[in-house]
Design a protein around this ligand. Sequence first.
Ligand code: PGA
Length: 250
Amino acid sequence: MGDRRKYIVGNWKMNGVADTIDEATAIARHATDAPGVDVALCPPATLVERMARRVPTLAVGGQDCHECESGAYTGSISVAMLVDAGARLVIVGHSERREGLGESDSLVRAKAERALAGGLSVIVCVGESKRIRDAGDAERHVTAQVAASLPEDFDPARLAIAYEPIWAIGTGDVAKVSDVAAMHAAIRDMLRDRAGAEAASVRILYGGSVTGDNAAELLAVADVDGALVGGASLTAAKFVPIVEAAAAIE
Ligand code: PGA
């Protein structure tokens, strides 16, 4: 099975200004009461440094990084900048970037490689569209995405995969538990083929309309090692119940 602690990660997307850090402070207070659960928040880049400084007990991460070390890439943020700001992790390949900005598997993989080389933990996101799900092609599509988006070599303790069906993100439309179970098992099998026994240490998170109401059921599924949470991570009132649901599982 591997010894995988539950991992609950909030993705604030393009939300949050200085005052919002109070929510992170409240989240951190509860997170430290939840032994056995790793909690992280990924605020917008402008808040990474302030959040990391104000809430040192919380792992703070970026929502994206550039694949190059530095250079003439207006508007982009490098791994070294995130590390310098106090980040410990970064999300790469979120569907809002794959779909909206045309990021390919190979670009996502380059970003993941750069992040690991720079000392960050990385969460690689994958997921199918509604059209692919309805065509019965979701498992093939997602495992191919995983295969093409993962770095060649990785430290399994610093790599997580987030399975996020695109149609479930921000819609309130959660994937069926049986479909989540099947997809996570397929990803685990694929990882086992690729990395052997090491695959057991890679955490596979589910994302897509996770809330305090559905977290317990999702997190109880074998191979669901945590959650990547968007909307419900913006306030402590909504996020803490998800952390508590993870802490209650054992
Ligand atoms: P959601 O977003 O929880 O608002 O559906 C999840 C994500 O995009 O990571």
